[in-house]
Ligand binder design. Structure first.
Ligand code: UDX
Length: 449
């Protein structure tokens, strides 16, 4: 009688944040389709296994790291301190999880794929002699910028920042200025650099996966491969290769009915992702500018994203409801694929950036923190498919930006370039394309090693 070969197991360890969990689950789906079993090891919050998306992954095994930190610690400490602490507290507990999995599944763990910020995983991989792969859910250029930051003398860097060199271009990263490097909003610079150093010190992984496409970031990818000395696989965009939604928040689908009533390419979609906060004053200026633009708008306002929020003044609220539609959380990929949408005002998180490129939209960029500035810089100056809204948010500037994007000739040119980019990116995931081939190579390696 023929015995069925047991499937090899891939262990995935995402960072507990929407923008990281999403591409991880999409990668999980993609490796599952290639014949691997999948175990997701997660912290105590932003768990896929407790969200409405759980049913999308019926065959996945979900395990919680007992000693992982609660969400209240993230609120208390902020991103950098939280990550430094999370890595310390989770290391031993994660080793126990892997030890137990090995008992359950024999020696059949093909690989641990962990988010680059969850570097505590390396200790377990080393102890149990398991191959590991680092997954960077953000851009390759962001990784390159981190390498540059790590190699800088911190004291000098801090002095330079005070010395008004923010507008100077960083050597080796031709388009990036110091003020674009991915440190703002993450905490004190010395602590951020400590985190970046910890991330690189622990590296014994055999490869790095990046949710990007070679045609978008070719030079940064080559630069990284040289710097790391291990293969770097650009496998993205995962939301089309993995073809699975994995929103941790309930989506309000009524906005699709509203979009159905709008003219083709007339709507500006506004979403600032799952982390950004905005001030009440800015919200008011945004609302007024959007109404003045005379374009319909679909606006995602996440609960808790406006500290101290009460409501819009009555007359503004009336104008907003005449011209626009507000939801707490939208089915973003469906919105971006809708024929009524003509442009995307984004905080330039990497997932939103890729999702917009895949649909060929021009963008208004309003980055908040971390690597969002780098993404915004690429959107505006490298791919030339968007404009940055810099400085204070003012009613007039908002109106102008929306009209430049949706009404003016300038916006039409950006849209043309965006559509050309869309075609290139879509070709990369088809048979023979760069992401398709890189994924095949990685899968073959994981199946045979
Ligand atoms: C975080 C960081 O802020 C970002 O800089 C980094 O690149 C990834 O991690 P986030 O701010 O949530 O991510 O932004 P983004 O990367 O754009 O991810 C947001 C995800 O939520 C996207 O996949 C988007 O489709 C989804 N989304 C957003 C919805 O499904 N509905 C919404 O209403 C808004």
């Amino acid at each position: 009688m023929e015995t069925r070969q047991p499937k090899r197991r891939i262990v995935l360890v995402p960072l507990p944040a929407q923008g990281h969990v999403t591409p991880f689950m999409q990668l999980g789906k993609a490796v599952y389709v290639k014949g691997f079993s999948v175990t997701v090891i997660q912290g105590h919050f932003h768990q896929v296994s407790s969200s409405s998306q759980q049913h999308d992954f019926p065959d996945f095994q979900f395990v919680t790291i007992p000693e992982s930190l609660p969400e209240s610690e993230y609120e208390r400490l902020g991103p950098t301190e939280f990550l430094l602490k999370l890595n310390k507290t989770s290391e031993a507990s994660f080793k126990d999880c892997i030890g137990q999995l090995l008992v359950q599944h024999g020696d059949d763990i093909a690989c641990i794929i962990y988010d680059e910020f969850m570097y505590f995983c390396e200790a377990a991989a080393k102890e149990f002699k398991l191959p590991s792969v680092i997954f960077s859910t953000q851009s390759a250029t962001n990784q390159a910028s981190r390498c540059v930051l790590r190699n800088l003398n911190t004291k000098k860097f801090l002095a330079d920042m005070e010395d008004d060199v923010q507008d100077k271009v960083v050597k080796k990263l031709h388009l990036l200025r110091f003020k674009d490097l991915s440190v703002s909003g993450l905490g004190p610079l010395d602590r951020v650099l400590e985190l970046f150093n910890e991330m690189v010190n622990k590296k014994t992984a055999f490869a790095v996966i990046i949710n990007t496409v070679s045609c978008l970031e070719d030079s940064s990818l080559s630069w990284l491969e040289q710097e790391f000395g291990i293969p770097v696989y650009p496998l993205g965009p995962f939301h089309i290769t993995g073809s699975m939604p994995s929103s941790l928040v309930e989506e309000d689908r009524t906005c699709i009915e509203w979009l159905n009533k709008q003219k083709p390419r007339s709507v500006i979609y506004i979403s600032l992702g799952s982390v950004a906060h905005i001030e009440t004053r800015e919200v008011l200026e945004m609302a007024l500018g959007l109404c003045d633009s005379n374009q319909p708008f679909l606006w995602v306002i996440r609960p808790g994203s406006i500290p101290g929020w009460v409501s819009l003044p009555e007359e503004v609220s009336k104008m907003v409801s005449e011209r626009g539609y507000i939801v707490k959380w939208a089915p973003q990929n469906e919105v971006l694929a809708h024929h009524a949408v003509g442009g995307f005002w984004s905080h330039c998180g990497w997932n939103s950036t890729l999702e917009s490129i895949v649909e060929g939209f021009p963008m208004i960029c309003r980055p908040f923190q971390g690597e969002q500035k780098i993404n915004a810089m690429y959107i505006e100056s490298v791919w030339r498919v968007g404009i940055q809204l810099e400085g204070e948010v003012k009613r007039k500037r908002v109106e102008r930006a929306v009209r430049r994007l949706l009404v003016d000739e300038e916006g039409a040119c950006m849209r043309e370039r965006a559509l050309a980019l869309k075609e290139k990116v879509k070709a990369s995931v088809r048979k023979g394309g760069s992401s398709y081939n890189a994924f095949d190579e990685l899968v073959n390696y994981l199946k045979t090693e």
